[in-house]
Design a protein around this ligand. Structure first.
Ligand code: NAD
Length: 523
């Protein structure tokens, strides 16, 4: 999509507080300053359909070059990302307000993922040979092959503009699909730069593109593609699924979270507190898997809270540069800081205490202070709804059973973590109701691309990573091959007297597990 790429953006000076895009153009703001970085034309539904049609026309050839051929091109993308990451990070930092350390996780994850799927796709997607379960099928060869959905549409959010767009495009492309991405309207620039490089600098086959816009563009993409990978809020996820139902388009939804952390008595409290500080504040808490709620067994509570408050209280915040690195950046979406403020104010009004932080930072840019709340309970928004900001609420639990009850008392079930002595922590972790749980660590499951992760409950449908993370972009085709056969199978026409009831008699003979039934008698 020429109109949606960074090359076609108009860099514009000055500030403009309006976050809402005009109908025919997007204004991309710098959350660290509020300044306008660029305006982009919005892609109409017709442009979306034409883009999908164009990559669709190239998909068959892309599929035909095979797993190694596709890994060759994705390997070129890996090399380009390694060689150009500073340039991409500059763009992404501008549009997200992230600190550099947080931004740099994005290319790091992607280059690893390219190699992960590039070297394992044959194992995950290779043709399977299955032994027939029944002697009646002895003359058949059974094979299963994985054929890609021709065009995969990816709709992504603003919190990790590359990981949550390209991180899904990589397995889809490796599987042989063509891909069209609609990035968030808040953060379209870094992704557009990479897509442009795929097309022009790398010169890869024309099977990857992006379209720009808000919900209307996303809806048009749902209409045009064969599979939708959506990452975003559960509110939008429901709309996407309803729209996809109209064309019976399969979806995979990676939605919100309200991830719990359980700290058991006997845990290494320094490690637990440092993990909670990083897991709660990294990327300004704008991670679907951020630690948002913490339940601490009574004997460990006071010491843990003191250590956590000290760790969070020390964090530096602001726009960083190489000489002056900071820990916590801006809130990327202007809408989100209002939600964070609302949750914290709601908790404080109902009797919670902020041991550190607790308010929006005055001055330019959208910053919210890293915040530790205590005296919270499950009647408060901050313990029930996704806050998606640099805020954690800490509650005391009588014992591990109560901690588990609190942890599982949520409509979300994305991921979680348990800190404690090894065996006990592991047995508690196995009972947390979520798609991925970490023992004595946080967020790390996202790097373990070997194992699937996906949300339970209202956190989503489908999986990323592992075999399911690439197979979902494929349709399975079972091939049943006759190795030998007579001119006519016994079950075929004509239905003679002898053949009448033959199928039933044979099924009885093979499936009855006692002699009497095998011969048609009741046991
Ligand atoms: P969002 O739901 O507002 O938007 C996500 C994307 O959907 C954007 O590109 C948006 O333009 C598009 N969109 C909006 N309306 C649409 C419609 N009607 N049809 C099609 N597309 C539409 O989410 P957000 O605010 O960008 O991101 C934050 C949310 O994403 C949080 O809830 C967070 O938990 C979630 N998230 C989940 C994961 C995960 O892997 N589970 C990862 C990151 C973020």
């Amino acid at each position: 999509m020429e109109s949606g790429t960074a090359e076609s953006t108009q860099a514009t000076e000055g500030t403009n507080g309006a976050g809402a895009p005009a109908t025919d153009s997007l204004e991309v703001l710098n959350p660290a300053t509020g300044g306008l970085i660029a305006t982009l034309p919005v892609d109409s539904p017709e442009v979306v359909a034409a883009t999908v049609a164009r990559v669709r026309a190239n998909q068959a050839e892309w599929e035909a070059i095979g797993i190694e051929g596709r890994y060759h091109w994705l390997g070129q993308l890996r090399d380009w990302l390694l060689d150009n990451q500073e340039r991409v990070l500059d763009t992404m930092q501008l549009e997200t307000g992230k600190v550099r350390a947080d931004a740099s996780t994005e290319p790091a994850y992607l280059v690893d993922l390219i190699n992960f799927y590039g070297t394992r796709a044959s194992k995950f997607l290779g043709e399977e040979s299955i032994r027939p379960h029944s002697p009646l099928l002895a003359s058949k060869k059974l094979r299963v092959q994985y054929r890609p959905h021709p065009v995969v549409g990816i709709i992504s959010p603003w919190n990790f503009p590359l990981i949550l767009a390209l991180g899904d495009a990589i397995p889809a492309l490796q599987a042989g699909a063509a891909v069209v991405i609609k990035p968030s309207e808040f953060t379209p620039l870094g992704l557009a730069e990479v897509v442009e490089a795929w097309k022009r600098e790398i010169g890869a086959p024309d099977v990857l593109d992006c379209v720009q816009g808000v919900g209307e563009t996303g809806g048009a993409l749902v209409d045009a593609v064969d599979f939708i990978q959506f990452t975003g809020s559960d509110r939008t996820g429901r709309k996407v699924m309803a729209r996809a139902a109209e064309t019976l388009t399969p979806v995979s939804l990676e939605l919100g979270g309200k991830d719990p952390m359980i700290v058991l008595a006997g845990a290494d409290l320094d490690r637990a507190a440092n993990a909670a500080a990083w897991g709660g504040m990294m990327n300004s808490g704008q991670i679907c898997m951020s630690v948002e709620r913490i339940y601490v067994e009574e004997p460990a509570y006071d010491e843990f809270v003191a250590k956590l408050t000290a760790a969070v209280g020390k964090l530096s915040q602001g726009a960083d540069d190489a000489r002056n690195p900071k820990d916590v950046g801006a809130m990327t979406s202007p809408n989100q800081i209002a939600i964070v403020e609302d949750h914290v104010d709601d908790a404080l009004a109902a009797g919670a205490k902020a041991l550190t932080g607790g308010k929006r930072v005055e001055g330019p840019g959208d910053y919210f202070e890293p915040t530790v709340l205590v005296d919270v309970d499950h009647s408060m928004k901050v313990m029930r709804e996704e806050t998606f900001g640099p805020v954690v609420g800490v509650m005391k639990a009588r014992d591990s059973e109560e901690a588990l009850r609190f942890a599982n008392d949520s409509r979300y079930g994305l991921s979680g973590s348990v800190f404690g002595a090894k065996e006990r922590a592991e047995s508690v972790a196995r009972r947390v109701e979520c798609g991925a749980v970490n023992v004595n660590d946080v967020l790390v499951n996202y790097l373990a691309s070997d194992v699937p992760m996906g949300g339970w409950k209202e956190s989503g449908i489908g999986y990323r990573h592992g075999a399911p993370g690439i197979r979902k972009y494929c349709r399975t085709e079972s091939v049943v091959i006759t190795r030998f056969g007579a001119k006519r199978e016994p079950a075929w026409y004509p239905y003679t007297k002898a053949r009448r009831g033959l199928v039933g008699r044979v099924a009885r003979a093979f499936n009855a597990r006692d002699l009497k039934r095998r011969f048609g008698l009741r046991a």
